[in-house]
Design a protein around this ligand. Sequence first.
Ligand SMILES: Cc1ncc(COP(=O)(O)O)c(C=O)c1O
Length: 483
Amino acid sequence: MEHKTQTLLSKIATNDGHGENSPYFDGWKAYDANPFDLQHNPSGVIQMGLAENALCFDLIQEWIEANPSASICTRDGAVDFKSTAIFQDYHGLREFRAGVANFMSRVRGNRVKFDPDRVVMSGGATGAHETVVFCLANPGEAFLVPTPYYPGFDRDLRWRTGAELLPVICESSNNFKITEEALETAYENAKVANIKVKGLLITNPSNPLGTFLDKETLKSLVNFVNEKNIHLVCDEIYAGTVTNGDRFVSIAEVLEESPNCNRDLVHIVYSLSKDMGFPGFRVGIVYSYNDKVVNIARKMSSFGLVSTQTQYMLGSMLSDDEFVDRFVSESRTRLAHRHDMFTRGLAQVGIGSLESNAGLFFWMDLRRFLQEPTFESEMTFWRTIIDEIKLNVSPGSSFHCSEPGWFRVCFANMDDETTVIALRRIKTFVLKNKKLEIKTKRQCWENNLHLRLSSRRIDEIFSPHRMSPHHSPLASPLVRAQN
Ligand SMILES: Cc1ncc(COP(=O)(O)O)c(C=O)c1O
């Protein structure tokens, strides 16, 4: 019966290209089945697998209240209802494109300008990626992607387009740097397999690493794609989340300094889902330096337009320079604070992470907790994290990490109280499971990583005379839940 139904449907409808079976989505299901709620379900699963930026909604709300005419759903804005409701041009509202171009510049410190006429809208970065692939590749052709990478790419770039992704293996021994050797190896492997490489896709800042690329690396990538005559697609959707003094370098800046680069090869994917925290508005952007791609992507955008109502409001909000600057700066401060709160808290119990200063997450190193250095052990330990610690963090294998034991921890989708509870749960677990520590700390340090490990011993940190009753692991919701 099942077989008969399947033959009635297309290959796309019946393959599992959506990737819903990956552990990345499994974790969400575990959360959905038992979601944490401070009042009503304090022992539920805390969602730390969602890269959402919920730290500055108060600023957005203030702006909306102060600008009632920006929304057609207010007394002041209702007069524009009709013209907004009937507008359906796939070029989008001029004000919207100008606002987005302005925002993209300001997030990048105004060091580079973006042309509103190159801004093509799409249904989130998800839709933008697919549109780019439809413009650049035929089914069976491939893009190289440095690992670890965002699991959604397997769906967004491959599922409906029929394109392939080939990994460029990056390793912890050099902080997951994208080296020329790794690129060449991936390119050669594709050749041997008789797969045509059409481009290189990078995510800068990286999801899941929370790091961003230096100018030298970006230049080497530009050289690589020029030499091979393939495309460079740069996902910069976390550009506004860089928190430390080092400044983020956009590919747009590198292009300004690379007169010999063939600009037709370069395309930026952007979205307001992360920097503004608006994943629900589905504002994705293809910004291509290639006129033909701009033209065809714009026509394709009919399949994923941003609602004119959303364009209308954002056109106004993103052109308000004072608001944008204050928002971006405050968002960075709050993200930095939350990032430090988490990584320092974990360091107190000897849990390290890759040094990072961007994104809505960090890359936690739990290698020493694995029974064996295998992906099976990673999955076993991940189940323990979900079932016992009741945290939905995402295992490295779902990001195609080449090395087991890394986990992505999202920290910007919750309030401070939940953060404290999540940290307390982890600390409690570590204390109870000291035996699990298979490797010694010394071995860990030998890994040549910038690990933020506390030099204090776990016993020292948790010795009873140091603990306030509030921080006692015995008061942890986890322990309460088990009693
Ligand atoms: C690197 C990266 N690209 C694209 C997306 C999809 O973003 P959007 O919500 O704008 O579709 C995500 C979402 O997490 C992401 O992390």
